[in-house]
Write a protein that binds this ligand. Structure first.
Ligand code: ADP
Ligand code: MG
Length: 255
């Protein structure tokens, strides 16, 4: 089976600064894969490279079996700040990807309310981003990404800037949506707990230049909710394993 996303021996430099170092990563179709790693190691760079927003200097990234040369079809991204346009309403922000894709007015009119409902924003369509909470902005960013029906969803620390309680609610909402839609997801976070709660596989990256230092399978059954995952007998073990790998990644040999 073709992987949804495949990185083969990917390296990247910024003006002589080595950021990605022989990264190999495979995201199976329909899997939820989360990347954790120290701040500044190259996680966003890797995600941007997958989205075709930046090139790589060596190796190859494939989405749906095709080498990424520019922004590939079927890939949508959710950014750390919501990435919403402040001059557009929540409705128009969610519609944006569909408008850019040249979908008909009729299709847009049918699709947007459906996704606004999915992320629990019904009733807030006419408000502007500054008029809603951070959690609601992230929901709108997710709805905008999902509305184009991507085959691969890239999420870069989407919940990093919301408070802990809201984050828990958003985790459960994302789990519910994902369990229904089964998109292939690459999710970036620096939170081990967030990684375990959401993913099938946790990928640990080293500090810069980022290499993949380990993969941890999260063998906790679905459907999941944040509290049931945290209460699962496997949770502590998996968490410990992540910590160990992340510690190794932080303190690995100086280049
Ligand atoms: N456009 C750029 N130009 C130069 N350096 C960059 C650029 N983007 C990122 N970097 C550098 O690459 C490294 C990795 O950044 P990033 O991928 O954002 O890390 P992370 O998302 O893991 O925190 C950092 O040292 C950062 O300063
Ligand atoms: Mg980042």
């Amino acid at each position: 089976m073709t992987a949804a996303c495949e990185c083969r021996d990917v390296s990247k430099w910024f003006d002589g600064l080595s950021v990605l170092d022989h990264v190999d990563l495979e995201v199976p179709e329909g899997a939820f894969v989360t990347i954790i790693g120290p701040s500044g190691c190259g996680k966003t760079t890797l995600l941007r490279a997958m989205a075709g927003l930046t090139g790589v200097d060596a190796g190859e990234i494939k989405i749906g079996g095709r080498t990424v040369m520019g922004p590939p079809e079927g890939v949508a991204m959710v950014f750390q700040g919501s990435g919403l346009m402040p001059w557009k309403t929540i409705y128009d922000n969610v519609a944006f990807g569909l408008v850019v894709a040249g979908r008909s007015r009729r299709e847009i009119g049918q699709t947007v309310p459906r996704f606004i409902e999915k992320v629990n924003l019904t009733g807030y369509e006419r408000l502007y981003p500054y008029q809603v909470s951070g959690g609601m902005r992230q929901r709108a960013g997710l709805a905008r990404a999902l509305a184009v029906d991507p085959s691969v969803l890239l999420m870069d620390e989407p919940f990093a800037s919301v408070d802990a309680q809201t984050r828990e609610v958003l985790h459960d909402e994302l789990l519910t949506i994902w369990e229904r839609e089964r998109k292939s997801v690459v999710f970036v976070t620096h939170s081990i707990d967030e990684a375990i709660v959401l993913s099938d596989v946790v990928v640990v990256m080293s500090r810069r230049p980022a290499r993949v230092t380990g993969l941890i399978e999260v063998d906790i059954p679905r459907p999941r909710r944040e509290r049931t995952v945290r209460g699962h007998p496997r949770y502590a073990d998996i968490r410990e394993r992540c910590w160990e790998l992340l510690e190794e990644a932080r303190h690995g040999d100086q280049p």
